[in-house]
Write a protein that binds this ligand. Structure first.
Ligand SMILES: Nc1ncnc2c1ncn2[C@@H]1O[C@H](COP(=O)(O)OP(=O)(O)OP(=O)(O)O)[C@@H](O)[C@H]1O
Length: 599
C-alpha cells in the first residue's frame, strides 16, 4: 500500500509539472462539482416543502414569489451543473492528451538511451511489453481517479452531514456495508495485477500470433507456406486459455460482490424504514423525507463510487510498478559498463586490436567468443569469414559497442573502445547490419540518417549514392531524392532488396567514418551489381579501416587480410593467397566448398 501511494504521488507530481494550468482548472471544477449534488438536493427539499405549504393554503392566500425564487435558483444550479460538466469534459480531454504525450516522451527518452542488449534479452521483452502497454493510459487514469476520489469525498462529507440529521447510525450502517465491497475490490485489483504479470508471456505470445496473421511484413511468407490456418489455430488456442483464466477471475469477483450487495440491499431497506417511521412520528417534513431518501440513495451511490475509485487507484498504482520498473532500468545492462570520456583517435595510426576478448550474450552463459586475439591495421580491409554462428556478427556488434566484451578488451590505437565518448564512437564507426532498416522516409533522408547530427549535405548525399550505385535509381523516381520509399505511405516507391542494400551502404558511406563495418554487404546483390559495388566499396574504403563479413568469394578476395573464425576462436589469419597455400587450412576447405556451391 505504501509503495502504491508513493507511485501515485510521483505520478501526480509529474502531471503537475507537465500541465499546472490544466491541473488547477480541474481542481476548481472538482470543487464545484463536489458540492453541487447536495445543493441540488437541497433545492428539491425547498421546492417540495414550499409546494406542500402553498397547497395547504386557500387559493386567495397563496403567494408564489418564494416558489419562483426557488425555481430560479434551481434553474441556475442545473445550468452550472450542465456547463461545469461540459467544460469538465473539455478540460479532461485536453489534459489527458498532455499527460499521455508527456509519458510517451518519458518512455521514448528512456528507450533511446537503453543499451542495445536489452532488446535481445527475452526477460526484458516482458518488461518492455508491460511498460509500453501501461504507459499510455495508466497515468491519466490515476490522475482522474485521484480527482474523482477527491470529488466523491467532498460530496460524501456533505451528504454525511445531511444523513447524520436522520440518525447518527445511518452513516455508520452505510459505511459498514460498503467496507466489504472495498475490501473485495482491493483484493481483486491485487489479484488482477499478479494475474497479468504472471501471464505476460502468454499475452505476448497471443499478440505475436496476431502480428503474424495481420502484419504486412509477414503476409508474403504466411501465404507462400499457407501458414494462416496454423497461426489462427495457435492464436485461438492461446486466446481461449487466456480468456478462460480471465473469466475465472471475473467469476470469483462477481460471486464475492453478489453476497455483499445482498447484505447492502437489506441494510438499505432498514434505513428506509427508519426514515419512514420518523416521518410518521412527525419528526421530519415531507421535503425532508424526500431529501433524506435522495441523500441516502445518492450517498450510497457516491460511497460505492468512491470505494470503486479507490480500488481503481490501487489497481492502477500496482500497474505503475511496470512503468517504474522500466523507467528505473539502468541504461547499461552490465554494471561495470563504462560511459567513456576519451576522444576517438584521429587519424587512426595503429588500428584495431582484439586483446584476449571473451564474450557471451547476457541471456546465455555459453561463450560465443573466447580468447580472441587479432589486429587490424589502420587503412586495412579485413574479411571476417567462418561458418554460420561462428561469431562474425557478434564481432561487428562488439566493435560497434552495442555490447562490451565480458573478458579482455578492444583497443583503437591502444585506447579501450569503452573509454571513448559514445558520440565519437558513432561518428567514427559506420555500419551496415545484415538486417538493416528500410526507412519509409524520403531517399534523401534515408542517406542523411548516416549522420543526422548535422543538416543534410546535398553534395555528400549524392556522392554517397553514387558510390553505392543507387543514384541513378533514385534519379529515375518522379520526385527524385524527395521520393518516399517503401510501401507504407501514399505515393511511395518500393525498391528491391538489392537496391535497399545499396541505399543502406550509401547511408554508411555518408558520414565519412574512419572505420566501416559491413555485415554481408552484398548478400542481396546480383553478380553484376556485386562486382560493381565491390569496386565502389574498394574506392570508398580506401584509406579507411574496414571490416567486411561475407560468405561471398568475390568479396572475400578483395580483402587485404582474412580472419577465419571457428567455434569461439580465431583459427587462422592471413592473406587470401597465403591461406590458400595451405591446402589443409580451414580457409582452403571453406573456399573449396564455396567454389563447389558456385559462389
Ligand atoms: N542476441 C543473442 N542472444 C543470444 N545468443 C546469440 C544472440 N545473437 C547471436 N547469438 C549466438 O551467438 C553465436 C554467434 O552468432 P553470430 O550472429 O555472431 O554468428 P555469425 O557468424 O555472424 O553467423 P551467420 O554467418 O549466420 O551470420 C550463435 O551461436 C548465436 O546463437
Amino acid at each position: 500500500m505504501k509503495k502504491s501511494w508513493q507511485h501515485i504521488k510521483i505520478i501526480l507530481a509529474y502531471i503537475w509539472r507537465s500541465s499546472p494550468g490544466w491541473t488547477l482548472s480541474n481542481a476548481i471544477l472538482i470543487l464545484i462539482r463536489g458540492v453541487l449534488p447536495l445543493m441540488l438536493l437541497y433545492m428539491i427539499k425547498l421546492l417540495v416543502d414550499e409546494i406542500s405549504l402553498v397547497a395547504t393554503l386557500p387559493l386567495e392566500e397563496r403567494d408564489f414569489v418564494r416558489l419562483k425564487w426557488i425555481l430560479l435558483a434551481s434553474g441556475v444550479l442545473f445550468l452550472i451543473n450542465a456547463i461545469s460538466a461540459s467544460v469538465g469534459i473539455l478540460v479532461r480531454e485536453k489534459q489527458s492528451y498532455v499527460i499521455t504525450d508527456f509519458f510517451d516522451n518519458l518512455i521514448h527518452n528512456k528507450i533511446t538511451r537503453l543499451e542495445y542488449g536489452y532488446f535481445e534479452h527475452p526477460d526484458y521483452q516482458n518488461v518492455f511489453y508491460r511498460a509500453l502497454n501501461e504507459a499510455s493510459f495508466r497515468p491519466s487514469r490515476i490522475y482522474y481517479g485521484a480527482l474523482g476520489v477527491v470529488q466523491n469525498l467532498i460530496t460524501l462529507l456533505v451528504m454525511a452531514g445531511v444523513l447524520l440529521m436522520v440518525h447518527w447510525s445511518v452513516f455508520i450502517v452505510l459505511l459498514l456495508i460498503t467496507l466489504p465491497v472495498a475490501f473485495i475490490r482491493l483484493r481483486h485489483a491485487r489479484d488482477l495485477f499478479h494475474f497479468k504479470k504472471e501471464n505476460t508471456k502468454v499475452e505476448r505470445e497471443v499478440s505475436y500470433y496476431n502480428r503474424l496473421i495481420t502484419a504486412p511484413d509477414f503476409a508474403k511468407e504466411v501465404r507462400a507456406f499457407d501458414l494462416g490456418h496454423l497461426f489462427r489455430d495457435r492464436f485461438d488456442t492461446l486466446k481461449k486459455q487466456w480468456r478462460k483464466s480471465q473469466f475465472a477471475m471475473l467469476l470469483t469477483k462477481t460471486r464475492r460482490e453478489g453476497i455483499v450487495q445482498v447484505l447492502a440491499a437489506l441494510s438499505f431497506i432498514a434505513v428506509y424504514g427508519l426514515i419512514a417511521w420518523k416521518a410518521f412520528e412527525g419528526d421530519i417534513s415531507i421535503g425532508e423525507v424526500v431529501l433524506y431518501f435522495l441523500a441516502l440513495q445518492r450517498g450510497y451511490a457516491y460511497l460505492q463510487e468512491f470505494l470503486g475509485r479507490m480500488a481503481g487507484l490501487y489497481e492502477d498504482s500496482l500497474f505503475l510498478d511496470n512503468l517504474f520498473e522500466f523507467i528505473h532500468l539502468k541504461e547499461t545492462m552490465v554494471p561495470e559498463s563504462k560511459t567513456g570520456a576519451v576522444s576517438f583517435p584521429k587519424p587512426l595510426h595503429r588500428g584495431i586490436e582484439f586483446k584476449n576478448v571473451g564474450f557471451h550474450y547476457p541471456s546465455n552463459q555459453r561463450w560465443v567468443l573466447r580468447h580472441v586475439n587479432f589486429s587490424i591495421s589502420a587503412g586495412e580491409t579485413v574479411a571476417l569469414v567462418g561458418v554460420n554462428g561462428s561469431g562474425k556478427s557478434t564481432i561487428v556488434k562488439l566493435i560497434n559497442s552495442l555490447y562490451q566484451p565480458v573478458e579482455g578488451d578492444i583497443l583503437v590505437d591502444g585506447v579501450s573502445l569503452s573509454h571513448i565518448r559514445p558520440e565519437e564512437r558513432v561518428a567514427n564507426i559506420s555500419v551496415v547490419f545484415q538486417d538493416f532498416i528500410l526507412y519509409n522516409v524520403t531517399a534523401r533522408e534515408n542517406i542523411w540518417f548516416g549522420n543526422a547530427g548535422s543538416p543534410p549535405d546535398e553534395h555528400l548525399i549524392r556522392t554517397a549514392a553514387e558510390q553505392s550505385g543507387i543514384h541513378t535509381i533514385i534519379e529515375g523516381f518522379k520526385a527524385g531524392y524527395d521520393t518516399t520509399l517503401g510501401t507504407l505511405f501514399e505515393g511511395s516507391e518500393q525498391m528491391s532488396p538489392g537496391q535497399w542494400q545499396r541505399l543502406a551502404l550509401a547511408r554508411s558511406f555518408y558520414n565519412n567514418a574512419q572505420i566501416i563495418l559491413l555485415d554481408e554487404p552484398t548478400s542481396s546483390l546480383d553478380a553484376f551489381s556485386e562486382a560493381k559495388l565491390l569496386q565502389y566499396i574498394r574506392s570508398v574504403t580506401k584509406g579507411r579501416t574496414s571490416i567486411i563479413v561475407s560468405h561471398r568469394l568475390s568479396t572475400i578476395k578483395m580483402a587485404d587480410k582474412i580472419i577465419v573464425l571457428e567455434g569461439d576462436k580465431v583459427v587462422e589469419t592471413g592473406t587470401y593467397d597465403g591461406l590458400l597455400a595451405n591446402e589443409d587450412s580451414h580457409f582452403s576447405h571453406m573456399i573449396r566448398s564455396l567454389s563447389d556451391a558456385g559462389r
